[in-house]
Design a binder for this molecule. Structure first.
Ligand code: HEM
Length: 431
């Protein structure tokens, strides 16, 4: 029988929906392991992952989205495959998306993204978040409960990114419906990952962005997309229309499933960790600590990947150029060499912000401040308008015996649905 650690993480439904035992089996072989009969490595060690994230000259991010299991379209040769990669880069899924770019191409586009997240813009976006959260939560409380992921989390985070980018109000609903219909990144179904399919939700969205940005090239109107449309890279060149469309599209994809899943993952701990809900209600300033610990223990990204460009050594282990590496974020966050009692939920864990659930190095999550703000605000409003939150027992079973459906994705860790019962606060007045 195949040992747990040698089963195929990328296609094994049972492991994808509950990966933690599998990662411990992988870890039992050391911080970097090559599963039997597989041609990629899996990193479960915190320090080793950090070393790889920080070394973008020896490790390419080109395969971050397509994952470590997807074979290259060329046979790596010699101690340095940089030139080979450049020749075949366009064969890689999502090769032109920010997260997969390397070197100057990455630095240039990342500089544009960093301009989106300036404090003044985040502040006005936060005002929008507060209003929207208020409206959505009040409606849900008035009904006595809701399906948290599809009714609140996903539309909320989609609307927030739409607002940040400047998607016209009239198209917001269309964008939300499209996003809700989109499969999670890293889905088991290969058709879901076909970004060349004209009917893929991301491609449909791309057509809208093409129009928005084109309009703003011709006629700037003071919003973010106008700024992008007229932006110049740090090296003085101008982004192409396609680069801007890809960027806008990617912001939606990257900021949607991840933040929405964090809301569901955090809710599970709030309702199931004894005493936690009462503590957070007494002192909502603890919400950011809750989110960091949930990000560590159950971050919404299970795995990313890197391609080794040059023969190198990580944590004492030689790694050959051309080796594909799966960096198991879900496992490095539970590395016992880095975290005491790693599987336990601890609200005030020392140096918690050092977790790597937003990545690290050149590709560190650009949306981390946004994600932290939007999820915090949503929980603040939930606590403000309710006196108690619990999971619907008919749907999800009782504490200790929960029935929960996680997405079978090799990237995303999160619930596909979460039905919550919301008891109104004493002074709650429906809108
Ligand atoms: C809980 C929420 C989130 C989590 C856990 C998360 C996680 C990550 C991780 C792990 C990476 C690095 C991938 C790698 O190095 O291979 C990343 C990159 C990125 N994320 Fe997030 N993310 C979240 C929310 C967001 C949001 C809200 C946005 C924006 C709207 C966003 C935009 C991005 C972008 C643009 C990158 C690529 C950065 C680059 O390649 O330079 N993320 N995210």
């Amino acid at each position: 029988m195949t040992r747990l650690e040698d089963r195929d993480f990328f296609t094994d439904h049972e492991i994808l929906v509950d990966p933690y035992e599998y990662f411990e089996a992988v870890r039992s072989h050391g911080p970097i392991y090559q599963p039997k009969d597989k041609d990629y490595l899996i990193v479960t060690g915190f320090n080793e992952a950090l070393e790889i994230f920080k070394n973008s000259s020896d490790f390419s991010a080109s395969i971050a989205l397509q994952g470590a299991a997807c074979p290259l379209t060329f046979t790596p040769e010699g101690p340095d495959i940089s030139a080979q990669l450049e020749k075949h880069r366009s064969d890689i899924i999502g090769h032109d998306l920010l997260v997969n770019l390397d070197g100057n191409a990455h630095t240039n586009l990342r500089a544009l993204v960093n301009r989106l997240f300036v404090p003044s813009r985040l502040k006005s976006n936060e005002e929008y978040m507060v209003e929207l959260a208020e409206e959505m939560i009040r409606n849900a409380v008035a009904k006595g409960g809701c399906e948290l992921i599809l009714e609140i989390a996903a539309p909320f985070v989609t609307a927030v990114v739409a607002n940040l980018l400047g998607v016209p109000k009239a198209d917001e609903k269309f964008f939300m419906d499209l996003i809700l219909a989109a499969p999670p990144p890293g889905s088991l179904n290969s058709e879901d990952n076909d970004y060349r399919n004209e009917e893929h939700p991301m491609i449909i969205m791309g057509r809208y962005f093409t129009k928005y940005i084109q309009d703003r090239i011709d006629e700037p109107r003071g919003d973010i997309m106008s700024e992008l449309a007229h932006a110049t890279y740090p090296d003085g060149t101008k982004p192409t229309l396609q680069e801007l469309v890809n960027l806008s599209n990617f912001m939606f994809g990257a900021g949607q499933d991840t933040s929405a899943k964090l809301i569901g993952n955090a809710m599970r701990y709030i309702v199931d960790v004894p005493g936690l809900q009462a503590k957070l209600r007494d002192d909502p300033s603890l919400i950011p600590l809750l989110l960091e610990e949930v990000l560590r223990l159950e971050g919404s990204s299970k795995m990313t990947a890197r391609l080794t460009l040059r023969d190198t050594v990580v944590g004492g282990m030689p790694i050959k150029a051309g080796t594909r590496i799966g960096i198991a974020l879900a496992a490095i966050s539970r590395d016992p060499r880095r975290w005491d009692d790693p599987h336990a939920f601890v609200l005030d864990r020392p140096r918690i912000k050092e977790h790597l659930s937003f990545g690290r190095g050149a590709h560190t999550c650009a949306g981390a401040p946004l994600a932290r703000a939007e999820v915090r605000i949503l929980f603040e409003k939930l606590f403000q308008y309710t006196s108690y939150i619990e999971l619907d027992e008919a749907k999800h079973g009782t504490p200790g015996n929960r029935k929960l459906n996680f997405e079978p994705s090799f990237i995303v860790r999160g619930l596909s649905e979460l039905q919550v019962d919301l008891t109104p606060a004493e002074d709650f007045v429906p809108a």
